[in-house]
Design a protein around this ligand. Structure first.
Ligand code: FPP
Ligand code: MG
Length: 326
């Protein structure tokens, strides 16, 4: 069963709201390359994890979820899609979701402008959604404008930095991945007038899920085939990303010098050799344990929310993240 079915969420409603962000935009003609590119990109699938989190969050409030919740769900996907346009340019990735990445179709310059327009537009809309009592809506804008960009900047700053600390790795992962998920659950809850305490618990739940998600993503770069990943295995290593498995492998005095020798000019053979060394060490098991620890933290929060019927949806999310395979 698909995640949205297990959560009993109508994906069409969310997809329509995402489409509305483009087709109801009075400043951009529907037939323009800009509008068409955004429609194609946002219509090209994806699991809609972040919108689903907004809707799940909305089940913890006093009110019945309505249009505002759906608009926030669509905004969350828009922010995510805009960030992926930039991410694929930065990572020089040719594919996204099994299709050519946007910059491969439009050229880098156009893709940068499209990503900028999408994020600026969604921030403008979010400011329109927020009335006097809805200040929480700004949380989504501020993650988009600051945390995501900061996380990406921190990642860039530490390319091929084998002295990266665990704290720096965790902070970057929090900014780049976990805080958007945390905020989705929180703003969903606030959109139906949940208590501040419940919204905060949901935020912490989303943050823990997001950390586990990023660590899993980092592990998959070592364990999955290029077919499944949609990019060559070892891409992170090749691009100088010192991820959690690499940090653990660096603690092995025999592996450390070999890993440290990897730089921008390393050959595919050198990368493949280090990939095998890391896979043959205990680094992936240790990274998996950290990911599991975040899932346990999330499970403990579900317990605290057990008086809400919707806590069952958090369990579904938790199980999905625990068995994630992408
Ligand atoms: C995926 O990383 C990327 C992100 C989670 C965030 C990227 C953020 C930016 C590029 C900042 C710009 C933001 C806006 C809103 C314009 P990944 O490369 O680890 O994952 P992947 O395997 O899906 O590519
Ligand atoms: Mg990427």
């Amino acid at each position: 069963m698909k995640l949205h079915e297990a959560l009993n969420i109508d994906l069409n409603e969310i997809n329509n709201e995402i489409k509305n962000l483009v087709v109801r935009d009075k400043d951009v003609p529907k037939k323009s390359l800009l509008a068409q590119s955004i429609l194609e990109l946002t219509g090209s699938g994806g699991k809609r994890l972040r919108p689903l989190m907004v809707v799940v969050g909305s089940r913890f409030g006093l009110k019945t979820p309505g249009r505002r919740t759906l608009q926030l769900a669509a905004a969350a996907e828009f922010i995510h899609a805009a960030s992926l346009i930039h991410d694929d340019i930065i990572d020089n990735a040719e594919q996204r979701r099994g299709e050519p990445a946007l910059h491969m179709k439009t050229g880098i310059l156009s893709a940068v402008h499209i990503g900028n327009y999408m994020s600026a537009r969604v921030i403008e809309l979010l400011s329109k959604y927020s009335g006097d009592r809805d200040q929480y809506v700004h949380d989504l804008s501020s993650v988009a404008t600051t945390q995501l960009c900061l996380g990406e900047y921190q990642q860039m700053e530490h390319v091929f930095d084998y002295d990266l600390t665990m704290e720096q790795y965790l902070e970057k992962s929090r900014n780049k991945t976990a805080l958007l998920m945390a905020t989705c659950l929180k703003v969903g809850a606030m959109s139906t007038e949940s208590s501040a305490e419940t919204a905060q618990l949901l935020y912490s739940f989303g943050e823990a899920l997001g950390m586990s998600f990023q660590i899993q993503d980092d592990i998959l770069d070592f364990t999955q085939s290029a077919d499944v990943l949609g990019k060559p295995a070892g891409s992170d290593l090749r691009h100088g990303q010192v991820t959690l498995p690499v940090l653990f492998a660096l603690q092995d005095p025999q592996l450390a010098p070999v890993i440290r020798s990897i730089g921008p000019a390393s050959s595919s053979e050198d990368i493949a050799h280090v990939l095998e060394l890391v896979k043959g060490s205990d680094a992936l098991t240790r990274a998996e344990a950290v990911s599991q620890d975040y899932l346990s933290q999330a499970a403990a929060i579900v317990q605290q929310l057990s008086s809400f019927p919707a806590h069952a949806d958090l369990d579904i999310l938790l199980r999905y993240f625990a068995g994630r395979d992408r």
